[in-house]
Write a protein that binds this ligand. Sequence first.
Ligand code: SF4
Length: 371
Amino acid sequence: MIPRSLIIPEDTKLVVAGFDEAAKRDGLLPIKISDFYAKKVEEEVRVVGGGMGPLYRCVLPGADRFASRVSGEVGDFIGDKINMPEELRDVLIWKYDDRVLFLPTDNCASNCQYCFRTAYLSDRHGSKPFTLEEKVTKLIEFLGEHPQIEEVILSGGDPMVMAPKDLEMILRRLKEEAHVQHIRIHSRTLVYSPFVYTEACCNMLAKYRVRLVHHIAHPYEICDVVKEHIKRLHAAGVRQYNQFPLLRNVNDHIDVLKELLIELDELGIRNLSIFAPDPVNFSSPFRISLKRQFALMDELNWTSPAWVQSTRYALDNPAGKVRKEDFVRFEKNPDGSEIGIFIRKGKEIRYPDFPEELDVPGKRKILLWKN
Ligand code: SF4
């Protein structure tokens, strides 16, 4: 679904035209762009002159979209499916003792090209085994059986695209029936369709003490309209955070990272983490070698003030998250591809690396084309 007004640049016309067909075949999400975001992409294409701009690459396939696949890419790298209790498929993911991820919807305001949950979300299109009410009931029963769970994280899909009455029903039942201590919502709707944050919506989030975690990945996603809605959320008393993936040719430059983190700080949003792009199928255009990821994070630490660098850098995997401090060495697979070895709580985690020869960094003048 591409807004009709959006002019697709010549260098990507072919890949865009065939994308939805390829997506259906390969378990990716179809193109979907909100009008609000499309306007920003349009402005960027006019300046950059093709499909290499950072916002373009978030929602539309670049010419390199299917160019390379590398060793270690799988459908579900972080193990969403193996962490879904059998009878609760499509309802929740339970990976950490004290928190559970609830999946109320498989819709998003726009579909991100880099989505690491693409295999799971694309699987689900069309298959809805439970109604929303049934899902919430199952979640509440599950919470009753597992009193050690203190936090419910609403993710998906993007919970903020749900009808306000459905969202309120979930929040109310979680508080009244399950007495959940902490509720977190992860959402990218602020950058795609900020208008969902009406005064009534902000008040509802505040009423249920929701922690709202935005996924803003590039400083140009924050415009005056977005700022206005951030202020409205603050005014209602909603606690706002952010986290984002480190993405090649989107934000893989120290100046982009600093600009984003400084802007978030100015707006009173705490960035919780920067995470490595998972090695899922067709993720190559966004992946970065471990050595360069580590170097970027070191540079961020060495060259920015505490209020910019006080963010976590994490690599997700089926066993849970690891950090740079957990890295111990590189090893080679029999096919010659490299693996980063991390040790976490005595357990060895083998993380597929992205080949350095394919890791062509984003250019500053394109990534920060407004500056
Ligand atoms: S908003 Fe999140 S879940 Fe939805 S497509 Fe983007 S990354 Fe995936």
